[in-house]
Write a protein that binds this ligand. Structure first.
Ligand SMILES: [Zn+2]
Length: 449
C-alpha cells in the first residue's frame, strides 16, 4: 500500500509539473466511461432483470393491473440498484382483448371480402365501392436491418380501418406487420379518424393472409369475423423513474428510457423488457461509481407506450423542464447488438464525438455523422420541443419475426448481445453527464453556414 501511495504522489508531482497537461483532466471521463463499458460486458444483472420481469410479471398491457404490478416491481429494482425512485401516474383509455375469430366460410352467405394486394390499391378504391364488404389488405412489410420496412408499412395498420370505412367497408383485416411465416398474428394499435365509422379491425397471421390472397384469385371469398374487445376510459398508467442526482449540475438532466408496458400475447421480452433491462442496468452501473456524474442521470420506464399515451403524458408533465433535459435517448428495438450510434446534429465531429468514437471500436459500434432519424416513440414529443435526441441502432433483421406476437418471450434474448447494449449506453450516458457537452449549442453552430 505504501508503495502505491508513493507512486501516486510521484505521479501527481510529475504531472503537475509538466506543461500542456490539462488534457489529463479531460481524459478522466473517457477512462471512467471505458471502465463502465468494460464492466457492463461481463455483468449479467440486466439479463437477470429481464428474466425476472418476464417471469414474475409477464405480459403487462398499459392501464391494467399487470402494468401497475410491473411498476411496483420496477420501482423496487431501481431503488435496490442505488437510484432515487418515484412514479408518475397519468390517465388513459385502456384496451382489453376479447374474443377474436375470423373464418373463411365460403360459400356460405356471409360477408364478402374484398382483397387488396397493396395498401395503395385500397386507397385507390372509390367511395362506396366497399359498401357492406370486409376490406382485406395483404401487402407484406419488407425486412430491413433498421426497421424501415415497419415504419413504411405502419399506415396499413394505423389508418387502414378508417380508410376502408370511408369507402363503405363494415370491417377491416390486414396482413400482420411482421416478417415471419408463423401462424401468429402481430398485435398493434390503430388510430380511428374522427367523422368516419369506427369499424372492427384485426391483423391476420402471414400464412392466413397468403391463403386469402390465393382464394380471392379463384373467386369470391366470404369471411365471418367476431371481435369483442372492450375499452376502459377511466384507466391510468404508471411511469417509473430512477435518478442519480448530479453532483455539480443536478438540474441538468441526461434522460434515457424504455417502455415498461407490453402487448399481452407474449411476455414483452424484446418489446420492451430488454430496453427496461438495458437502461436500468446503466443506471445501476452509474449509481455504483465512487462519485455521481456532474449532471443528473434519469432512467425512465414509460407506461402505456403501446397504447400511444407515453410521449404526450411525459411532455405534458415535464413541459417546464424541457430546456434542462440536455439529452434524451430510448431503447425500444429488441435485444440484438448495437451497430451504429447517432448523436444530435453537429456532435459527431466535435471533441465530444471524437471522445466517444474512441471507445466504440472494441464494442463493434460505428459513430456516423448523421443525426438520429427517430429517437424513439416515448421521447418524440419532448424531442419535438427541442430536447436533443441520440439513437443507437440495433440489428433489427429478425425483430419483426416476433414483435407484438405470442412469441415475444425471454428465450429469444442473448445475454452477450444484451450486455453489449448496456455497455454502449453506459459509456454514452456517463460521458454526456460528466463532460457537460452542450448538444444544443453544437447543433446551433452546425446549422450556421
Ligand atoms: Zn416497443
Amino acid at each position: 500500500v505504501a508503495d502505491r501511495i508513493w507512486w501516486r504522489f510521484i505521479l501527481a508531482v510529475a504531472l503537475a509539473g509538466l506543461p500542456g497537461l490539462p488534457a489529463m483532466a479531460q481524459d478522466a471521463p473517457q477512462k471512467t466511461a471505458e471502465i463502465l463499458a468494460h464492466k457492463a460486458l461481463s455483468d449479467d444483472w440486466s439479463f437477470k432483470f429481464l428474466e425476472s420481469l418476464t417471469s414474475e410479471i409477464g405480459p403487462r398491457l398499459g392501464g391494467t393491473e399487470a402494468e401497475w404490478r410491473a411498476a411496483d416491481w420496477a420501482a423496487a429494482r431501481l431503488k435496490a440498484a442505488g437510484m432515487t425512485v418515484h412514479t408518475e401516474s397519468f390517465p388513459m383509455t385502456a384496451w382489453l382483448r376479447g374474443v377474436e375469430t375470423a373464418a373463411i366460410v365460403k360459400p356460405a352467405p356471409q360477408r364478402q371480402a374484398v382483397v387488396f394486394r397493396t395498401y395503395g390499391d385500397l386507397l385507390a378504391a372509390a367511395p362506396g365501392s366497399l359498401n357492406g364488404k370486409i376490406a382485406v389488405v395483404t401487402e407484406r412489410m419488407v425486412r430491413t436491418v433498421d426497421g424501415m420496412g415497419y415504419g413504411l408499412a405502419n399506415p396499413i395498420r394505423r389508418q387502414g380501418a378508417s380508410e376502408a370505412a370511408r369507402r363503405g367497408a363494415i370491417a377491416y383485416l390486414h396482413r400482420s406487420l411482421g416478417t415471419d411465416n408463423h401462424r401468429l398474428a402481430h398485435a398493434g394499435a390503430l388510430n380511428y379518424e374522427d367523422g368516419v365509422p369506427k369499424i372492427p379491425a384485426a391483423a391476420l397471421a402471414n400464412p392466413d393472409a397468403d391463403q386469402l390472397e390465393r382464394l380471392s384469385a379463384l373467386g369470391p371469398v366470404t369471411v365471418h369475423v367476431t371481435l369483442t374487445p372492450t375499452t376502459d376510459e377511466n384507466a391510468h398508467s404508471i411511469t417509473v423513474v430512477g435518478e442519480i442526482k448530479g453532483r455539480e449540475k443536478p438540474d441538468e438532466i441526461v434522460l434515457i428510457g424504455a417502455h415498461l408496458d407490453s402487448w399481452d400475447l407474449g411476455t414483452g421480452a424484446i418489446d420492451d423488457g430488454a430496453g427496461d433491462a438495458i437502461v436500468s442496468g446503466v443506471g445501476r452501473l452509474i449509481a455504483a461509481l465512487p462519485q455521481h456524474p456532474k449532471r443528473t442521470v434519469r432512467i425512465v420506464l414509460f407506461g402505456a407506450e403501446e397504447m400511444d399515451f407515453s410521449d404526450k403524458a411525459y411532455e405534458t408533465a415535464h413541459a417546464g423542464e424541457v430546456p434542462k433535459i440536455v439529452m434524451a435517448g430510448e431503447t425500444d428495438f429488441g435485444a440484438r447488438r448495437v451497430y451504429e450510434m447517432r448523436l444530435p446534429q453537429g456532435a459527431a465531429s466535435s471533441p465530444f464525438g471524437k471522445m466517444i468514437a474512441g471507445l466504440l471500436p472494441p464494442l463493434g459500434v460505428l459513430l456516423v455523422p448523421e443525426a438520429p432519424r427517430h429517437g424513439g416513440s416515448d421521447i418524440q414529443d419532448i424531442g419535438a420541443d427541442g430536447v436533443p435526441e441520440v439513437s443507437l441502432s440495433q440489428n433489427g433483421l429478425d425483430y419483426f419475426d416476433i414483435h407484438h406476437t405470442a412469441d415475444d418471450t425471454f428465450d429469444k434474448v442473448d445475454p452477450a448481445e444484451l450486455a453489449q447494449n448496456v455497455s454502449v449506453w453506459a459509456a454514452l450516458t456517463y460521458l454526456v453527464a460528466e463532460t457537460g457537452v452542450d448538444f444544443r449549442a453544437l447543433a446551433n453552430t452546425a446549422a450556421k453556414p
